[in-house]
Design a protein around this ligand. Structure first.
Ligand SMILES: Nc1nc2c(ncn2[C@@H]2O[C@H](COP(=O)(O)OP(=O)(O)OP(=O)(O)O)[C@@H](O)[C@H]2O)c(=O)[nH]1
Length: 330
């Protein structure tokens, strides 16, 4: 960065500077700026002494301003500062060092105004004070909009990370996050909660006979059966490979059993391939039903459903087994 002249001896004019737009006291401002250095910065060169609270106004060329790395706000965002525009006004106002990293995008010329002089200019020029307020307000809005975009994106990815890519059902991460809360809510409100564990039968054989891609189609078809048969308040989860789970809040054991029977029946009728030229491979599932008991946690509830599911497998598959005989009155 090399000083080539002062603003007073350069060909640049006050009207070239956005911060001083609409000044009605140009002569006085020009006098104040007369001794300010005009510096030359080569393309790619870092603006030296960017750590000092100073205002840089681009007269020619362009600067790249990267967000601050020391405040944790760094996110790869780089803004471009064009002729007439300035950088460093916030650090001057905060009387803080300039934490952004500033470099020249092309061979550029800059007007450098020291912090004390900026304050003097603010005192002298209503136009500058007004333009500065407008600029800062614009920057605050832009920063808020960026924060909102980032929040939305974060939420989008969070949701995405909770969904199983193959079936579109919730995944294990979602379950780990939500099931303890659902159980705590049910215990707190004294409402029932049922969990159905579902495992496709002889799925290894299905894959071997029809191929892995057909297996994937079968998993999608099974997931479709689940999501199509549930109430909006119920949840279907892909628990693991060919194991799925359904959560039924506010559902007593009698209704949970009926729902499981319905799912079992619909599974047999699921259409894996709508293409009629393909021989229809069928799927069946075994289902284990568990109902939340007082004091039971998520792991215990899942273990009970799992045990019921394995009894269903033992008893010949394609059936529902519930964890216990229905208590009288339910
Ligand atoms: N196509 C496909 N297959 C999967 C996927 N995840 C798991 N599997 C298969 O599912 C099969 C599960 O086999 P097993 O656990 O032996 O159970 P099974 O053959 O269904 O037998 P039972 O459960 O006892 O009826 C394995 O062959 C896995 O490769 C998947 O995403 N796509």
């Amino acid at each position: 960065m090399k000083q080539i002249c002062t603003f007073g001896t350069s060909n640049y004019r006050i009207s070239d500077l956005q911060l001083l737009r609409d000044s009605d006291d140009e002569a006085a401002i020009a006098k104040l700026l007369a001794d300010c250095p005009v510096v030359q910065v080569a393309s790619g060169e870092v603006v030296a002494d960017a750590s000092r609270a100073r205002l840089y106004i681009v007269l020619r060329g362009a600067l790249a301003v990267a967000a601050d790395t020391r405040t944790g706000m760094a996110d790869g965002t780089v803004s471009k500062v064009l002729p007439g525009e300035s950088v460093g006004e916030q650090s001057v106002l905060d009387e803080e060092t300039n934490l952004s990293s500033i470099s020249a995008l092309e061979d550029s010329e800059l007007l450098v105004i020291e912090a004390e002089l900026v304050w003097k200019l603010i005192d002298e020029s209503n136009a500058l004070a007004r333009n500065l307020l407008r600029l800062l307000s614009f920057r605050i809005r832009a920063a808020n909009a960026q924060l909102r975009r980032r929040q939305k994106l974060g939420e989008f990815y969070r949701q995405l990370s909770m969904i199983d890519g193959l079936t579109g059902l919730y995944n294990r991460a979602w379950l780990n996050d939500l099931l303890p809360t659902m159980i705590a809510t049910a215990h707190g409100a004294g409402t029932p909660l049922a969990l159905i564990m579902i495992d496709l039968d002889h799925f290894k054989k299905f894959n071997d006979q029809h191929g892995h891609l057909a297996g994937d189609e079968a998993l999608r078809a099974a997931a479709h059966v689940l999501s199509g048969a549930l109430r909006p308040t119920d949840f279907a989860v892909r628990y693991g490979g060919e194991e799925m789970m359904v959560l039924l809040p506010d559902t007593n054991s009698k209704v949970a059993l009926l729902v499981a029977e319905r799912l079992c029946e619909r599974m047999q009728n699921a259409v894996v391939f709508s293409d009629m030229r393909v021989a229809l491979p069928h799927i069946t599932a075994s289902l284990g039903v568990a109902n939340l008991r007082p004091g039971q946690d998520d792991e215990a509830l899942i273990a009970v459903a799992d045990a019921a599911l394995y009894r269903a497998k033992d008893q010949g598959r394609n059936r529902v087994v519930t964890e216990l005989a229905l208590p009288a009155g339910e």
